[in-house]
Ligand binder design. Structure first.
Ligand SMILES: NC(=O)c1ccc[n+]([C@@H]2O[C@H](COP(=O)([O-])OP(=O)(O)OC[C@H]3O[C@@H](n4cnc5c(N)ncnc54)[C@H](O)[C@@H]3O)[C@@H](O)[C@H]2O)c1
Length: 430
């Protein structure tokens, strides 16, 4: 049995990771919580039967207690990971940290170095590495059926409603408050690409912008709130009424609970009238991009082209992996991976079985993997700091390229953010 302290009992912390403790009570127990929102904190403490002296309204007093469990789960928002991670490592915890580690490249590198210094494991929630789909894809690539990888095309289909929910109206709409889209959403993709290629990334270039979700694009008659003052609500695909109240295809308990903690129809309808999720998508304070492309060059001349786009019906990831002896085409939404052999023309199709947990079965497998990392003191490690620092740096370099219009060379980028006399591999080493 592993014991954990939870910092940030929000959507991810309380509803995803800590739930594992309730469904697998012999494997994980949450013994303390820090959560600044009173309603969330009390609900969590009750659900996990946490003693009063171990319930805190901030992470600092919790970590000041010293090491009171095997591991610390840090699930606060994007810009609030660094300090608790550093303190938890120092206190001797094995640490799980939500992605992105930090919007600062320097913080990411420092966190990786501290894990090494204090000889603790630091696992980043790159849940896709644990997914049945990407586990199978990695296995197929490593079996060498397509020979050596030469090039990959990868599309991240965000989904029009998901963009509206998280990146126009929601928590990650503004890069100054959260982090740039390529880091926030696509650090998973940079991570998966680096993992599948298995070689260091050498150079990055990127283009993209916020094209659609702007005041200038508002249709005539658009109001400020979909439920209160919009004349064109019924013809708008991004209508909050449609997404959260009417369209059963999209609204889920998870996103309704983000809108209103109770998640009931009445509570959601009321929250839409007064809170951020009822706002017109053309009149929000969002600034993150709604489409972005990234070109990556890996060691050995392997190239990758990545496209992230909001304007897709479903949320999915589609890949075309081209090797010297064959090709793999796959679609995460359909859970299909098809490999084709150049010599024989044979097709091998894998239909991957996914579980019920979030991210196509990844979330539960991630928690199980993290507990194994803690149990084995890091002997098992699938998304540790070393690889995650590397993939975060790739995402941050892509953002720098998008903003400056320049190709970014990873060695130079890492030297600039860390130390002029260190090479990229030194900077990234834990
Ligand atoms: N791994 C993934 O696939 C994935 C998916 C979605 C979100 N995320 C990441 O997870 C993180 C959390 O997202 P979320 O949706 O759960 O957000 P959230 O806002 O629901 O949860 C964060 C919680 O931290 C609490 N908090 C704030 N200040 C605190 C403090 N000083 N001490 C203790 N708690 C404090 C907040 O009250 C909130 O309840 C984000 O960084 C997000 O990017 C990761």
């Amino acid at each position: 049995m592993i014991t954990a302290v939870l910092i940030g009992a929000g959507q991810r912390g309380a509803q995803v990771y800590a739930e594992y403790a309730l469904t697998h009570p012999n494997e994980l127990r949450i013994v303390a919580v820090a959560e600044s929102d009173a309603a969330r904190r009390e609900a969590f403490a009750r659900r996990h039967q946490i003693e009063r002296g171990f319930v805190f309204d901030d992470w600092k007093p919790l970590l000041e207690k010293g090491k009171i469990a095997d591991c610390a789960m840090i699930c606060t928002q994007d810009r609030m990971h660094t300090e608790p991670v550093k303190q938890a490592l120092k206190s001797g915890y094995h640490v799980m940290c939500e992605k992105p580690m930090s919007p600062s490249a320097r913080d990411c590198i420092e966190m990786g170095k501290l894990a090494k210094k204090y000889d603790r494991t630091l696992t980043i929630c790159h849940v896709l590495r644990y997914s049945p789909f990407f586990t199978k894809l990695k296995e197929v690539i490593d079996s060498a059926v397509i020979g050596d990888i030469i090039s990959i095309q990868h599309i991240e289909c965000v989904g029009y409603w998901h963009q509206a929910h998280s990146f126009v109206r929601g928590n990650w709409r503004n890069s100054e408050e959260a982090s740039p889209m390529i880091l926030q959403k696509s650090c998973h993709d940079m991570d998966i690409l680096a993992w599948l290629v298995g070689k260091p990334c050498m150079a990055v270039s990127s283009f993209g912008s916020l094209k659609h979700f702007r005041e200038e694009e508002a249709p005539e008659g658009a109001g400020y709130n979909c439920l209160l003052d919009c004349a064109v609500e019924e013809s708008c695909p991004y209508s909050a009424k449609k997404i959260y109240c009417d369209d059963e295809e999209w609204y889920s308990e998870t996103i309704r609970k983000v809108v209103a903690l109770e998640g009931t129809a009445d509570a959601v309808a009321e929250a839409l009238k007064t809170g951020p999720y009822g706002r017109c998508v053309y009149r929000c304070d969002n600034n993150v991009v709604d489409h972005q492309v990234v070109n990556l060059q890996f060691e050995g001349g392997i190239t990758v082209s990545f496209t992230m786009c909001a304007f897709t019906y479903e949320g999915s990831r589609i890949m075309n992996i081209m090797g010297t002896k064959g090709q793999i085409v796959c679609d995460m939404e359909k859970n299909e991976i098809e490999a084709r052999d150049f010599l024989t023309g044979n097709r091998t199709k894998h239909i991957v079985k996914v579980g019920n947990s979030g991210h196509s079965g990844s979330d539960e497998k991630f928690v199980r993997g993290f507990l194994k990392t803690v149990r084995t003191n890091g002997a098992f490690m699938l998304s540790g700091a070393e690889s995650s620092v590397e993939s975060h740096l790739i995402a941050l370099a892509a953002e720098q390229s998008r903003v400056t219009g320049k190709t970014i060379y990873m060695d130079e980028f890492c030297r600039e953010v860390w130390a002029p006399d260190e090479t990229k591999s030194d900077a990234c080493k834990r």
